[in-house]
Design a protein around this ligand. Structure first.
Ligand code: SF4
Length: 369
């Protein structure tokens, strides 16, 4: 499937009657065309401007800024497609909702492996917590440029607003991301473009610079007004960032990184669940609710051990020994028993003999250890 044509200009009914705007993916144009029952003459934005229709890949988090950036480019006659990335630290649900609201075609790409390298070793350091925002942005833009080439698109755009985030969206940071990502002046920030150096899409006339915006700063007043004007009613309030900006999560991640520098995505996933304790080089995770107990069972690898108290309902414990593949030792099991007892209904330390292994499927529970 190709890029999304511009909302205003993709297909218009040109012969009598009101102008019909076709808004959606390329295939929808044909559907809409048939609805117009041949009365219209289809014209693309490019044809109207007497040139080729240009295609942009927009980094689309699903926040209001990315929605406005995509919509603004459409209004400038550009075919727009969104791209969103997933890792253990952020997902695509907001972007999927927002893309549906806009009728935007969205590509979802898992960049976990490359992103983990950035998290472990960011060239430009971390923010307040374990968020390597400059490197993370640069990676996303780099991947988008790679994808752009595969798709035969023309440029990449983001919804970044100059000065909205003091550390990662100041002038130097925006320039740095454009440079280290390799995007250079193929990277357009439509919401602040008029405050930034001219980019290739502007120089070449693919988008008119005058139609782009000069938003800056932390106030969202102008964005909210634009959303009203453009009929974008359903958008999320700005979020603080991904899980890596969370203090508690970052503390867990720091601990994991110091003990297991080669940790992987499955280890990062485990950081999101339950209470965490370290016994030497073994991580013990206790579920806090029934759903977390089930989640731990789902996250367990073959070398992990799952335990719970034999006689009373209570938390499930997952024991993961490092290096990966090692088995928890007797001391780890004693510690797990102590913790399961303290956080269980009886509120007293247990002995390993008072535990049972939790089955990982339909298998029956195996007695004691
Ligand atoms: S907040 Fe998270 S997702 Fe956003 S740039 Fe920073 S590290 Fe990346």
């Amino acid at each position: 499937m190709g890029f999304i044509p511009c909302v205003e200009q993709v297909g218009r009914q040109r012969v009598g009657g009101p102008v019909i705007l076709f808004f959606g993916y390329t295939g929808m144009v044909d559907e809409a065309k048939s609805e117009a029952e041949g009365k219209s003459v289809m014209m693309s934005a490019g044809e109207e401007r007497g040139g080729k229709v240009r295609r942009a890949l927009v980094l689309f988090s699903g926040g209001l800024d990315s929605m406005l950036a995509a919509e603004l480019l459409r209004r400038c006659g550009v075919e727009v497609r969104g791209i969103v990335f997933t890792t253990p630290f952020f997902g695509s649900s907001s972007a999927e909702r927002a893309a549906a609201e806009l009728g935007l075609e969205l590509e979802i790409m898992d960049i976990t492996e490359r992103h983990l390298e950035v998290v472990k070793n960011p060239r430009y350091g971390y923010g307040k917590n374990m968020n390597p925002c400059i490197d993370c942005h640069a990676l996303m833009v780099r991947v988008a440029v790679e994808r752009l080439e595969e798709l035969g698109g023309d440029f990449v755009a983001t919804g970044e607003v100059l000065g909205e985030r003091p550390k990662s969206q100041n002038r130097q940071a925006l320039e740095l991301v454009a440079r280290v990502s390799g995007a250079g002046d193929l990277l357009l920030r439509p919401l602040s473009a008029r405050l930034l150096p001219e980019t290739l899409p502007e120089r070449e006339g693919w988008v008119e610079r005058e139609r782009l915006l000069d938003l800056s700063g932390r106030s969202r007043r102008r964005q909210i007004k634009l959303a009203e004007e453009w009929g974008i009613g359903d958008y999320e309030s700005p979020a603080g960032g991904c899980l890596l900006t969370d203090t508690g999560f970052s503390a867990r991640l720091r601990e994991l990184m110091s003990r297991v520098p080669a940790f992987d995505a499955a280890d990062a996933e485990l950081l999101k669940v339950g209470r965490h304790f370290w016994a030497g080089s073994t991580l013990i995770v206790l579920g806090r609710r029934h759903e977390e107990n089930l989640r731990l069972v789902g996250l367990a690898h073959h070398a992990d051990v799952l335990l719970r108290e034999r006689d009373l309902p209570g938390p499930t414990a997952l024991l993961r020994a490092y290096p990966r593949g090692a088995s928890p030792n007797r001391r780890d099991l004693k510690e797990a028993a102590r913790l399961l007892g303290l956080y269980g209904k009886g509120k007293r330390p247990l002995k390993p003999s008072e535990l049972v292994e939790v089955s990982r499927g339909a298998e029956r529970e195996k007695e004691g250890r």
